[in-house]
Design a binder for this molecule. Structure first.
Ligand SMILES: Nc1ncnc2c1ncn2[C@@H]1O[C@H](COP(=O)(O)OP(=O)(O)OP(=O)(O)O)[C@@H](O)[C@H]1O
Ligand SMILES: [Mg+2]
Length: 499
């Protein structure tokens, strides 16, 4: 059998409607999935992708519509029921149990029936087999929170794929994993497909959408725009349908000529994370750090922010040596960090959008300039959330209820508003739709025009090459090569970061 089998429809979602207080998340959405098909589900942040899939996975109830599974109408009652029906989902936000082991996480909710002291051994054994199947070099007995984000994500994927599901839903699986791990995931997907498993794949990365999917479905503002065969559409057409207008140039032209050195780092080292890092950053410059997960790129920016501080080396800001022993010291020196894991360190989920956006401005920067002008704060918060097209009906709304990408925008927005002297961005556009990406790039440019300097970590090579004045390549915690703008070359940079 060659998959997809277009004679065998495994799932139909018919006329699905779903509202939350104040928002229509889905408005009459239809979706058809065939056996062995990989279907990409794309659309801007807040378009309704996760909501539609959460309905299929039994997490949300829908207001109207029908779901037909293998030819029979079904009412999916809850997550467990969905699993029994052969539907597994890897969620957008990692929702694992950090204090349980990898094996316990993989088996959570479906422990072997004779679960007990004895079967723990059996469980670890089983999980070792699953991990081996996926060629994952992770110890089943490790605590989940000891893993990197990329590893956690792979564990979740292995978990879902090991359920023997007929339908596997992946909500932005590669947003947190490295290029190498993504390749790995595509292999897993292809082998699942060969077994006749159908996959619904949510992603903002158009290159991978074209690489792996058979068909592509687009949602916009909760409405179905189209479903097409991947071979019969193209990048520009998709973008136009997704955003509802002609796409802007993704990377704005940079016209800033970098000025004096504002940040100078000499021989910075920290444990096994990174060693002997020396670099400088000039006024108005965008400097990129390229490297694989584990290359030390995140740890370097974290140490520049004092969290945790480096163990050796010298940091100079504006020509003066400074002791950055904590984030407070970093902020005091005009340094801000937009962290990689925004759920853990970037957001107060229960607080409002307004509170989150203006928090650093209030706390750290207004103190120096004196009085806080509340009305001005609010209007700039409104302005920046409009600029980034944050989909919220009200700035008082709790951040928790925003779509994944819109939460990311809030973290970025708050630091863009704070206008520090030096901005450290770790994967600034992860999970962000293409329209908002270009807005963030424009904002970065505007900040540099005002003399702000940016040090950016990114896994997306085109983003680094499109936005940076220089790129530093890292390999195993050390600088392997530096590239000036005129020397940018994807293959050479990749060669410099590969082990
Ligand atoms: N639990 C909730 N309560 C209230 N509103 C919600 C809730 N979950 C989602 N929404 C709203 O429903 C809309 C669709 O959100 P959804 O998470 O499905 O978007 P998405 O397409 O997955 O976007 P992203 O690419 O950002 O993940 C958004 O306006 C969002 O704010
Ligand atoms: Mg989502």
């Amino acid at each position: 059998m060659n998959y997809p089998d277009y004679n065998s429809c495994i799932l139909e979602m018919q006329g699905i409607n779903k509202s939350f207080p104040g928002v229509t998340a889905l408005d009459n959405v239809w979706l058809k999935l065939y056996r062995g098909e990989i279907q990409a589900l794309i659309g801007e942040n807040g378009a309704g992708k996760s909501t539609l899939m959460n309905i299929l996975a039994g997490i949300f109830r829908y207001d109207k519509g029908h779901i037909i599974l293998k030819g029979k109408p079904v009412e999916i009652k809850n997550e467990f029921h969905a699993q029994q029906l052969g539907i597994a989902m890897v969620h957008q936000e990692l929702n694992n149990f950090p204090d349980m082991t990898v094996a316990e996480n993989i088996f959570a909710g479906r422990e072997p029936s004779n679960w007990g002291i004895l079967s723990r051994y059996k469980m670890n054994d089983l999980v070792q087999k699953i991990l081996n199947d996926f060629h994952l070099d992770i110890d089943p007995k490790r605590l989940m929170r000891k893993l990197s984000i990329s590893e956690m994500q792979l564990v979740e994927i292995a978990k879902a794929a090991s359920c023997n599901a007929d339908i596997l839903i992946m909500d932005e699986p590669t947003s947190a994993i490295s290029m190498r791990d993504a390749e790995f995931l595509f292999k897993i997907l292809n082998s699942l497909k060969e077994r006749g498993v159908s996959v619904i794949y949510i992603s903002h990365k158009m290159d991978e959408v074209f690489r792996i999917s058979d068909s592509i479905t687009i949602l916009r503002d909760g409405k179905l725009i189209s479903t097409s065969r991947a071979s019969e559409t193209n990048y520009d057409e998709l973008i136009k349908k997704m955003v509802g207008r002609e796409p802007k140039e993704l990377f704005p032209l940079r016209s800033v000529v970098p000025g004096v050195t504002v940040l100078n780092i000499n021989h910075l080292s920290r444990g096994k994370a990174f060693k002997d890092i020396s670099l400088y950053l000039r006024k108005g410059e965008v400097l990129g750090l390229a490297g694989l997960v584990g290359s030390g790129r995140t740890e370097i920016v974290e140490s520049i922010f004092g969290f945790p501080p480096a163990e050796q080396g010298i940091i100079e800001v504006m020509g003066k040596q400074v002791e950055i022993t904590s984030p407070r010291k970093a902020i005091g020196n005009g340094i801000a960090l937009v962290p990689e894991d925004r759920k853990l360190s970037g957001l107060h989920l229960l607080a409002s959008v307004l509170f989150n956006i203006t928090l650093p401005t209030l706390q750290a920067f207004a103190r120096k300039s004196g009085i806080i002008k509340q009305r001005k704060e609010k209007s700039s918060a409104v302005q920046i959330s409009q600029q980034l097209n944050v989909r919220t009906n009200n700035l008082k709304q709790a951040v928790e209820n925003l779509s994944g990408g819109n939460q990311q925008k809030i973290v970025i927005a708050k630091w863009l508003l704070a206008q520090p002297r030096i901005l450290l961005l770790d994967e600034p556009t992860r999970g962000i739709d293409i329209g908002a990406k270009s807005e963030i790039y424009q904002l970065m440019n505007k900040l540099t025009e005002k003399g702000i300097s940016i040090l950016m970590v990114s896994s997306e090579m085109n983003e680094l090459m499109g936005m940076c004045d220089r790129i530093i390549a890292l390999r195993s915690g050390q600088i392997s090569k530096e590239f000036n703008h005129s020397e940018f070359d994807q293959e050479k940079i990749l060669a410099a970061i590969m082990p």
